[in-house]
Design a protein around this ligand. Sequence first.
Ligand code: G3P
Ligand code: CA
Length: 289
Amino acid sequence: MHVRVVAVAVASVLGTAALLNPISDARARDVGEPTVIAHRGASAYAPENTLASIDKAARLGFSWVENDVQRTRDGKLVVIHDDSLRRTTNVEKLFPGRAPWKVKDFTAAEIARLDAGSWYSPAYAGTRVPTLKQYMRRVEHNHEKLLLEIKNPELYPGIEQQTLKLLGHEGWLDRGHLKRLIVQSFSVGSIRTVHELKPAVTTALLGSPTAAQLRRDAPFTDLVNPSYGSLTKKYVAAAHALRGAHGRPLRVFAWTVNDAVTARKVAGCGVDGIITNKPDVVRAALGSY
Ligand code: G3P
Ligand code: CA
C-alpha cells in the first residue's frame, strides 16, 4: 500500500513537471529529434507574422510558431518584426509624409488599414498586421504553440507586463496553455522581468551569451536560442550542463535554418529545437517528415 502511494505521488510530481515544461514534453515525444518551429509562421510560404503564415504552418502540420511583438503609438500590441512598417506593408504609399514609418509612431487604427501581404505576393493582398489579441485567438483556433518574442523592448517600457496581461486575459497563463508557450527576447532585462512577473512562464534568451553569462542568466531563463552560425557541439553541451529557471537543463533552439544541410549539421550539435522559415524542409532533412 505504502509503495503504491509513493508511486502515485512520484507519478503526480513527474506529470506536473512535464506539464509545466514544454520542452521536456516535446523531447519525451520526439526522443532526441529537435522540435521544429515555424519562424514568423511558415514565412517562406506566406507573409511573415500574419495570420496567413500561422495558418500555413498549421496546414503543413507544424504546431510551433514564432512571432515578434511590438507596440503602437496608442498602446496596442501588434505582431510585426521590424521597428518600421516600411518593409512589410504599404505604409509608404498610404502615409507618404510619415517617414521613417516606425511602429511606435502609428496608431492601431492606422496600422489596421495597411496591407501586409502584397509586398510578399499579390495572392496575399489585403492581409493585415495582426494585433496580438487577434493573433493569440488564431493560435488557439489552430491548436498551435507559441514562441513569442518581445521585440525591441527598449522602445516600449512596460511591454513585458502588458504582454503577460494580454496573455492572461486570453487564457494563455493557465496550466494547459503554459506548456504551449515560451517567451523569448534578445534583452536579458526583458526576460528577467517576464520571469519575475510570472515565474511559471517558460522563457528563452536569444543570442549567444558566453558560458559565464549563461551561468549568470540561467536562474531566470529555460532556454538559450543562438543563431546557427555561431553554434558548436561544445556550446550546446555547456548549455545543457546548466540548470535553468525551472531546475531543468537549459535547452537550445537554433535559428534561422532554412536548408537541409544546415539542419542536419545543427541537429548534430545536439540542439533541442530548430527555428526555420521552411519547416517542411527542416523536418524532411531530419528524416521524419
Ligand atoms: O526566433 C529567433 C529569431 O526570430 C530571432 O531573430 O530577427 O528573426 O527576430 P529575428
Ligand atoms: Ca523573432
